[in-house]
Design a protein around this ligand. Structure first.
Ligand SMILES: *Cc1c(COP(=O)(O)O)cnc(C)c1O
Length: 395
C-alpha cells in the first residue's frame, strides 16, 4: 500500500487544476501586457483568476497581488509594513516564535536593519491569545504578524480576535494563511486582516504561485523592479498558467470545504486516537483548534528521521516537521516553542491528510506506525536507559 501523508509540505494537483492550466501552456501563450488578441486573452484569464480569488477571500480584486508563492507574499507583506512604519518612526514588529521561516527570517533581516522585533511565546497547545498580542503592542508598533494555522502542529490561531485588537490600536495585521486557505473558511473583512499570504500548492494547485492580499490603502513595497504588472507592485510577466490553475484549485477546494473538513476531522481523530495508545507518545498542538487532517505526535526515545525512513520503506510518506538545515538536524523550532524538550522534539512525526486520503490508508498507517516505533525503541540505547530508570521518561 502507498500513502501520501505529507500534504502540509505540498499537495497533489487536482485534475481541475491541471486542466485549467493546459490551454495556457499550449495555444493561449500570449503575454498579458500585449495589446493584440492573444495578449488580451491571457490578460482576461489573469483578471478572471483575480476575481475568483478575491470573491473567495471576500476581498476586492484590486487587493489581490499574484506572487511566486507563500514565501514571497510573506516577505512582501512584512517588508511593506516595515517601510510604512519607518516613515512614521515606528520600527517595532510583533510576531510569534513558531512562524514559518519565510516570516521569521524576514523579521531577522529587519532586526539587522535597526527594527525591533517581539516574538510572542506560544502556549503548550500551540496557540497565542489576542490578549497577549494586545499587551505587546507599543506606540511604535507598525505590524503584528501571526500565522493562521501552524504548518507543523496545525493549531489554528484566534485570527478574528487578534484582527480586532490590531484594528482598534491602529496597527497593521498580517497573517500567513498558507496552511489555512482552501481548508478553513476565510473572510478578510470579518477577520479584520490587512495583509494575508497564501500559496496554491497547499490546496491542490501548482507550485510557484501565491497571493498577497493587501487591504485597500495599505501601500505595498515592490520586491522586484521592472514592468508595471500587478498594479506596479510585482514586476515580471505573469505566470498565466499557474495563476489560472491556482484560482481553479481554490474554487474547487472552497466548493468541497464543508464535506472535506468533516471527513478529515473524522479521519484525523481516528489517527490521533489510535496513536495515543502508543506508550510515551503525545499529540502536539491543540486537540480541537487544529487543521482538519493534521496529526503531529512526539514519540519519546526515537529519532523522527529513522521513523520516516522505515515508514517510507513501508510506503508511508510523512514528515518529522523538523527542519533539516545545512545537513545538521536541528529539532523543530515549532516543537521547542510549545515547550517540548530537545530530546522529545527529535522524535516527532507529522501526518497531514488531504481530500484524497482514504479510510483504508488511515487504517494502514495505524497498523504500521506503532510496531515501527516499538522496533526503533528496542534498538535505542536512550530508550533502554529510560526503561531501566537511568533516565526519566518525559512524556
Ligand atoms: C508552505 C508554507 C509557506 C511557503 O509557501 P511557498 O509557496 O512554498 O513559498 C509559508 N508559510 C507556511 C505556513 C507554509 O506552510
Amino acid at each position: 500500500m502507498f500513502v501520501y501523508a505529507d500534504n502540509a509540505a505540498t499537495t497533489k494537483m487536482s485534475r481541475a487544476a491541471v486542466e485549467a492550466m493546459l490551454p495556457y501552456l499550449d495555444e493561449a501563450y500570449g503575454n498579458p501586457s500585449s495589446l493584440h488578441t492573444a495578449g488580451q486573452r491571457a490578460s482576461a484569464a489573469v483578471q478572471s483568476a483575480r476575481n475568483t480569488v478575491a470573491e473567495l477571500l471576500h476581498a476586492d480584486p484590486k487587493e489581490i497581488i499574484f506572487t511566486s508563492g507563500g514565501s514571497e507574499a510573506d516577505n512582501q507583506a512584512i517588508l511593506s509594513a516595515a517601510a510604512l512604519g519607518a516613515k512614521h518612526g515606528k520600527k517595532h514588529l510583533i510576531s510569534t516564535a513558531f512562524e514559518h521561516h519565510a516570516v521569521l527570517h524576514t523579521l531577522r533581516k529587519l532586526e539587522k536593519d535597526g527594527y525591533e522585533v517581539t516574538l510572542l511565546p506560544v502556549h503548550e497547545n500551540g496557540i497565542v491569545t489576542a490578549e497577549e498580542v494586545a499587551a505587546a503592542i507599543r506606540d511604535d508598533t507598525c505590524l503584528v504578524s501571526v500565522m493562521f494555522a501552524n504548518n507543523e502542529i496545525g493549531s489554528i490561531q484566534p485570527i478574528g480576535e487578534i484582527g480586532a485588537v490590531c484594528r482598534k490600536r491602529g496597527v497593521l495585521f498580517h497573517t500567513d494563511a498558507v496552511q489555512a486557505v482552501g481548508h478553513v473558511p476565510i473572510d478578510v473583512q470579518a477577520l479584520q486582516v490587512d495583509l494575508l499570504s497564501l500559496s496554491a500548492h497547499k490546496f491542490h494547485g501548482p507550485k510557484g504561485v501565491g497571493v498577497l492580499y493587501a487591504r485597500r490603502g495599505v501601500l505595498l513595497t515592490s520586491l522586484i523592479e521592472g514592468g508595471a504588472q500587478e498594479r506596479g507592485k510585482r514586476a515580471g510577466t505573469e505566470n498565466v498558467p499557474g495563476i489560472v490553475s491556482a484560482a481553479a484549485a481554490l474554487r474547487e477546494s472552497c466548493d468541497h470545504m464543508a464535506e472535506t473538513s468533516a471527513r478529515l476531522i473524522r479521519l484525523g481523530n481516528k489517527l490521533i486516537d489510535g496513536l495515543r495508545t502508543v506508550p510515551h507518545a503525545a499529540l502536539n498542538g491543540d486537540a480541537v483548534q487544529r487543521l482538519p487532517g493534521n496529526v503531529n505526535f512526539c514519540f519519546e526515545g526515537i529519532e523522527g528521521e529513522s521513523l520516516l525512513l522505515l515508514l517510507d520503506q513501508r510506503g508511508i510518506e510523512a514528515s518529522s516537521g523538523s527542519a533539516c538545515t545545512s545537513g545538521a538536524l536541528d529539532p523543530s523550532h515549532v516543537l521547542l516553542a510549545i515547550g517540548r524538550p530537545h530530546e522529545v522534539a527529535h522524535g516527532s512525526l507529522r501526518l497531514s491528510l488531504s481530500r484524497y486520503t482514504t479510510e483504508e490508508e488511515v487504517d494502514y498507517m495505524l497498523s504500521e506506525i506503532p510496531p515501527v516505533v516499538e522496533y526503533l525503541r528496542e534498538m535505542s540505547p536512550v530508550w533502554k536507559d529510560m526503561e531501566r530508570g537511568v533516565k526519566p521518561h518525559l512524556l
